[in-house]
Ligand binder design. Structure first.
Ligand code: NAP
Length: 236
């Protein structure tokens, strides 16, 4: 799809989270008709958009909920959360892959820890943190990183028009503009490892109309971070 907004329908799965709400705002600003999916108990978090979007309450890994939400959508933006031990990420991703209309733009979010081709280079600090977090999460059974890895494996293997946006650490704050990206974690431009949530959301929405991002897993970083500024204008 080449044109922006007007008459185009866009679904945000995980709309009630911080990233989700920024995505809804960017999508409305661009003139999309927006459908948002979130857990029933989180519907009040979308009150600011009342009358502007259609909300479909339900667990995002419920295939019937996703089938209804993505019906007729030109684009689907998905917050891939790995909560619990019930295949939340992979269930959500699979439902989107199965039910979005052929040709729809599918844009998924995850962190830098996801690798597409194994060529990402992680700092020792990042690896230590990821290992400790993964072990603790598994122990407490609250987060299932392995399932998010499985979700992305399925996305990478699919022949849909997907993009997987890999976010750095996130922070709140005024927009710095569209984040810059590189193919591999470890590329110097990404060294600052920080992106404003509002800008991450903008990248997700802009990816819908950026055909150069189809079948890419861009790792992003804030446009005004020191590493991005140091490499501005240089090839990644
Ligand atoms: N370092 C980072 O933090 C980092 C880095 C890169 C990318 N990301 C990506 O950013 C996204 C989320 O970030 P965020 O800032 O928007 O976080 P957030 O505001 O905490 O949102 C998290 C999302 O998870 C949902 N959620 C929370 N608890 C849940 C549960 N028990 N079961 C099912 N869903 C649950 C939330 O839905 P409710 O509104 O219903 O609670 C919301 O949609 C994820 O895709 C993550 O992979 C994060």
């Amino acid at each position: 799809m080449a044109s922006i907004g007007g008459n185009q329908k866009l679904c945000v799965i995980g709309a009630s989270g911080r990233l989700g709400r920024y995505m809804v705002r960017h999508a409305l600003d661009r003139g999309y008709e927006v459908v948002g999916v979130c857990r029933e108990k989180s519907v009040p978090k979308l009150a600011e958009f009342e009358g502007q979007i259609t909300v479909i309450p339900g667990p995002t890994n419920d295939r019937a909920v996703i089938a209804r939400a993505v019906d007729g959508c030109d684009a689907v933006l998905t917050v891939l959360v790995p909560w619990g031990r019930k295949h939340y990420s992979s269930g959500t991703a699979q439902a989107v892959l199965d039910y979005a209309r052929p040709g729809a733009r599918l844009v998924f979010s995850c962190g830098w820890h996801i690798t597409r081709d194994g060529k990402d280079v992680y700092s020792r600090k990042f690896l230590l943190y990821a290992a400790a977090f993964g072990r603790l999460a598994k122990l407490l059974r609250v987060v299932d990183i392995d399932d998010q890895v499985e979700a992305c494996r399925r996305i990478f293997a699919s022949d849909t028009s997907w993009t997987v946006v890999r976010g750095s650490d996130l922070e709140e704050g005024e927009s710095q503009g569209l984040p810059v990206w590189s193919r591999h974690v470890g590329d110097p431009v990404l060294a600052s490892n920080m992106t404003r949530r509002v800008d991450y959301a903008q990248f997700m929405v802009e990816a819908v109309t950026d055909e150069s991002l189809i079948h890419q897993a861009p790792a992003i970083v804030g446009r005004l971070t020191p590493s991005a500024l140091a490499h501005a204008g240089k090839p990644a």
